[in-house]
Design a protein around this ligand. Sequence first.
Ligand code: PLP
Length: 390
Amino acid sequence: MEKSISNRFYFDYNATSPLSIKVIDFLRSGDFLFGNPASLHSTGKHSKKFINETKEYLFRTFQLDSNEFDLIFHSGATEAINTIFKGNAISDFKNNKKSLFVFSTVDHQAVISLKEDIEHLGHKVIFFSVDKNCEFNVKNLIELINSEKKEFSEVYLNFTHVNNETGVIWPLTLAEEIKKSTNAHVYVDSVQSVGKVFHWQNLSSNLDGYFFSAHKFGALKGIGFTFLKRTSPYYPLLTGGNQQAGLRSGTENAMGVYSIKLALEHLIENQNLNELKKAKEMIESEIKLNLASNGEVVCSQSNNRNLNTIFFVKNNEKAESLSMKFDLNGMDVSTGSACSSGIIKENRVLLALGYDSNQARSCIRLSFSPYLNSDLVPEFTSKILSVITR
Ligand code: PLP
């Protein structure tokens, strides 16, 4: 792994990743796959061939059966989440059905923000909460869904496999249990799993769908994909030229699609997740020691954490000031979102975990490359501590 990128120490891999070297090499070769894959001429067919190759590769990699699942390419998970939930809300509305949508308080904003539109169509949205470790009681959730669902035709659930802020993993076995016990349509937000948890390729064929954003693991921006079970309800939000068998109209982004294959090949050939785990834990234990009673690593008591994320609170120091220090010291880290006056807002996920509003404005997320290794730990740790200690 390169130590730094353009002289910056980039610790914000949960936001996005740099382009994979395999993608860069392909682009350097000069073949930009510009032909429209729907065209019948040779240039169009050339693009289509790369898309088909990527499709086969993704089914192989994630071990799903193309007779059982469709694979839809789109701009990314925000589009996928909107398409699945708003699409089903529209379709049920047209069929005079009222449905129940179940989200969590720590889902990504792309999920949370759907509430208004879904309710506008006459459906109900409920949010289940989590404890301080970003975990939930599956029996209680099943009971909640079963008690709420009686007056509704369908139940749709978003299941965030790995939380983008805390890095806490909800095992897919829980999603399967919920599906089995409630008959809900269960869709998995898989955006943060690739290269950040062990066995990220193992998807269960019992669930309804999986959303991915490929810029999170080295592919180009503006491309993502969804595996969708053929028996699951689906209503395309984007209609038009009937591309992708009508599942998502719009000219297919051949270069973006192929960059997914290149990025995943590189990741699978080069990842060393045991090494990532070890290195992250070394950095984290130094941060904990250093923070002592002046703060804490969020969810550090959870037994289900991903391999690359350290989210911490430093008491009595605002995220604006912390982030400025990281920036001035050459490190890119995440502080959540700022409002128009530049003040960093309270972190919504921290509030949902029960932190107070001061703490929710005093947090930093470090998220490392899948290629982090213990050789880099001393330098990374000393840079990070130089900011935290001041
Ligand atoms: N879901 C999760 C868990 C995410 O982390 C993100 C992006 O950060 C998204 C969905 C949305 O992905 P995108 O911004 O690529 O559309």
